[in-house]
Design a protein around this ligand. Structure first.
Ligand code: SAM
Length: 262
């Protein structure tokens, strides 16, 4: 069934009106017609099942049939901190890790990713929204504007709620993925997260993945000093995109909901 993300939808109304780009998307791309059912979600765990009454290119109106909770969200608050990559590689990472359930992506300007083009955040937000919709998620991950490595480590970068609290309180939990050395992710997870009982409770788990040229030793040392565990993804050197997607998959499998059935 087609789905559309409307963050400011009025859940009390009997009809939903969808205008502009989204109406065009519904009619031209998804080919929605009168009497088709449509799921509308607000990204906060509530959904509406609706029936389309008018399917115009400029406006789609739909009658609300029922409201229901829908929570396909991971219990984990994974924040992917990704060294900026060239070309369209970031697009791939944003799309795939959104499907995998990340809650936030921070594009990172590192020593070896001194890209001039850092204005793609709007594009990544659209990709995240589309991937959320397509994968049936009810939340769209927050995509930050690119931030400098040192600034991110210094705790001055905003968290997903717009403040710096978790980092300031020294509650950073997470991993920096390094191909040169590092413990097994499985062991590191057991050591940090499992003894603390049920440690997730919304606290972010940061996953730091480097750009094409990798992190410098200094960056790894700085992250380690801030409490990040240096971890390996095995003996082969993975492309940054493969590393990011694998890292999120493994954490969702080991700590999240990927090992569970439906
Ligand atoms: N510095 C390397 C080089 O140029 O040979 C490669 C960097 S790799 C393409 C990009 C990023 O993926 C790394 O910074 C790291 O975060 C992650 N990565 C790739 N392979 C990894 C591995 N085996 N273990 C941990 N991280 C890995």
């Amino acid at each position: 069934m087609p789905r559309i993300f409307l963050p400011s939808i009025d859940f009390k109304g009997h009809t939903v009106s969808i205008a502009g780009e989204k109406a065009h998307y519904l009619t031209s791309v998804l080919r929605c017609k009168k009497d088709d059912e449509l799921i509308v979600f607000n990204g906060k765990g509530r959904c509406l099942r609706t029936s389309i009454r008018k399917a115009g290119k400029r406006e789609v109106t739909a009658e609300v049939l029922e409201e229901f909770p829908c929570d396909p969200e991971s219990p984990l608050n994974i924040v992917l901190v990704q060294g900026l990559l060239k070309g369209e590689k970031m697009d791939l990472i944003v799309g795939k890790t959104t499907e995998l359930g990340v809650k936030e992506i921070i594009p990172l300007i590192t020593e070896r990713s001194r890209l001039r083009e850092t204005r793609k955040a709007m594009r990544w937000r659209k990709i995240a929204e589309e991937a959320s919709r397509q994968s049936g998620r009810t939340e769209v991950p927050v995509i930050r504007d690119p931030v400098e490595f040192r600034e991110c480590m210094g705790g001055t970068g905003p968290d997903r709620h717009g403040d710096t609290a978790p980092r300031r309180r020294g509650e950073v939990k997470g991993f920096i993925f390094w191909e040169d050395r590092g413990s097994s992710l499985n062991e590191a997870i057991k050591k940090i997260f499992v003894p603390a009982g049920h440690p997730f409770a919304g606290l972010p788990i940061h996953l730091l993945v480097g750009p094409e040229g990798g992190f410098t030793r200094e960056e790894v040392a700085l992250a380690e000093g801030k409490g990040f565990q240096v971890v390996s993804l095995g003996r082969r050197i993975l492309r940054a995109e493969t590393a990011a997607i694998s890292a999120v998959t493994l954490v969702q499998f080991l700590l999240g909901d990927m090992a569970e059935g439906r």
